[in-house]
Every structure is written in C-alpha cells, then in structure tokens.
Design a protein around this ligand. Structure first.
Ligand SMILES: Cc1ncc(COP(=O)(O)O)c(C=O)c1O
Length: 252
C-alpha cells in the first residue's frame, strides 16, 4: 500500500473506514508503511487492521522490527502461529486493542451459557467450542523465548538472502523481489520455463516450492519459516533449482 494513494482515497471516503494493511506480503515479504497508514486512518477516525500472518513476527527481531514500525498503534492484528512459530494448523491469532470490541461483535448469550465478569473465550471468537489451540502456541513461545524467536526470524531472513544471492548469479534466473524478509521470488527465463522448472522440482521430491505471479510475471515462491532449515538446506535448494533449470532449458 502506498501512503500517498491512501491519503487521496481517504479524502473522498464515506465513513466508516477500515483500512487493512499488510506486513509480510505473501509474495515479496514487503511491509506496508504502517506508521503513516495509522496516522492517516486515525485522522479520520478509521480503524487500522494489520494482516501480519507471518510478517508480524518480524517484531521479535531487533534487526527486522523496523519493517513493522507503527503496528503497536494499529487497532487490530491478525497473525498465524502456524507459519513462523512452527506450530500445527490452525493456530491463527486475532489481537484487538480495544478490549470490548470483539465482545461487542461476537458475544452471544442464551439461557444455558454461563457468563462471568472475567474473560469468557466465547466472547472473542465465533466458535463456542474449540480445541485448546493456545497450548502449542504458549509452549512454542515459552520454549523459544525472546531470543529464540528473534533467532528463528533472523535465520530465515538470512536464508532468504543467501538463496537470492546464489540464484541471482545463475544465468537465466532473476530475483524479482527486494528480499527484505523471508520471501524470495525466482523467475527462470520466462513464464513457460518458470512453470517447467517448478514442475521439475516438485516431481523430483527433494524440495517443494510453488508458483505465483508477481507483477504479471510467473515466479517460484520460496518462503523460509521452518526452524530446522540450515545453510546446507539452502545450498541444496539452490543446487536443485540450478540443476532443474539446466534440465528444462533446452526445451525453452
Ligand atoms: C499475508 C497472509 N495473510 C493471510 C494468509 C492466510 O493464512 P491462514 O488462512 O493460514 O490464516 C496468508 C497465508 O499464506 C498470508 O501469507
């Protein structure tokens, strides 16, 4: 999102305003300028929601938290623990600054339900019955600690930069994005070759990555989030990609 375009839109808006910004674009890993978005949106009494499915975790790292500066002033966040925190599906988190907002929207009462003055889980989500998803999230956060979480984020970003640097030197490969976080978009010569390389890699079974389209161009989308990935894995991935390109290239 470009703050100057948002400013133009907000000048002509019809209230109420909810602006959904993103930290950690699913393709590029880039982050919207949250501080400016919050300033502009709050100036017209709007609500800022931040989709930080994986990018919000950058806040755990002193090296990367500048990317998400301003999120602390947003009205709500969504993030996933089942991405960068490496816990099982489906540990999505919604965090809302105003304590009564979710209750006002989601609270349901009926004769057979108990209520209290305390925090009733059913007041904050759509479901009344659900698994204790908070347990693995809590366990992961406790075991990683502040430093472990920061290292997890920084290692993944390091791997993304390492892959991008290696692949950028391979003839026929273009890194389409500015690698700011843990995502790398690789294009192999043209659309057709890119899809062939991805297919070749997937059928090889050694690594897995999927396709995407970025600014009209086909790309392979590499997303680093696993705690166990190391530099040797990254180099193995580079080798697989380079080898796959060499195999499909004659056909292009
Ligand atoms: C930025 C972003 N938002 C939202 C989602 C949706 O995630 P989920 O349905 O797992 O919560 C994703 C998944 O990749 C994502 O990257």
């Amino acid at each position: 999102m470009r703050a100057e375009s948002l400013e133009v839109m907000l000048a002509t808006n019809v209230e109420p305003v909810v602006v959904c910004a993103q930290v950690g674009n699913v393709n590029s890993g880039s982050c919207d300028p949250i501080a400016q978005i919050v300033n502009l949106t709050h100036a017209c009494d709007g609500w800022v929601h931040v989709d930080g499915a994986f990018g919000l975790w950058a806040a755990a790292s002193p090296q990367y938290r500048g990317l998400v500066a301003g999120v602390e002033r947003a009205d709500s966040w969504a993030t996933d623990a089942h991405k960068w925190l490496n816990v099982p599906y489906d540990c999505g988190l919604a965090i809302v600054a105003e304590p009564n907002a979710t209750k006002a929207a989601l609270h349901a009462s009926t004769s057979y339900l108990t209520s209290s003055d305390g925090r009733e889980p059913g007041d904050h989500v759509l479901e009344m019955s659900r698994r204790a998803r908070a347990v693995p999230v809590y366990a992961a956060l406790r075991s990683l600690g502040r430093e472990g979480l920061s290292k997890l984020v920084e290692d993944c970003c390091h791997h993304a930069r390492r892959l991008a640097a290696t692949m950028a030197a391979v003839e026929g490969v273009t890194v389409l994005n500015a690698v700011v976080l843990n995502q790398v978009l690789l294009r192999f010569i043209d659309d057709a070759t890119t899809y062939r390389v991805i297919d070749q890699v997937q059928r090889g079974g050694e690594v897995w990555l999927g396709p995407t389209v970025w600014r009209g161009k086909a790309a392979a989308r590499v997303s680093f989030s696993n705690w166990s990935t190391n530099e040797a894995d990254v180099d193995r991935l580079s080798a697989v990609l380079t080898h796959s390109l060499a195999e499909v290239e004659p056909e292009s």
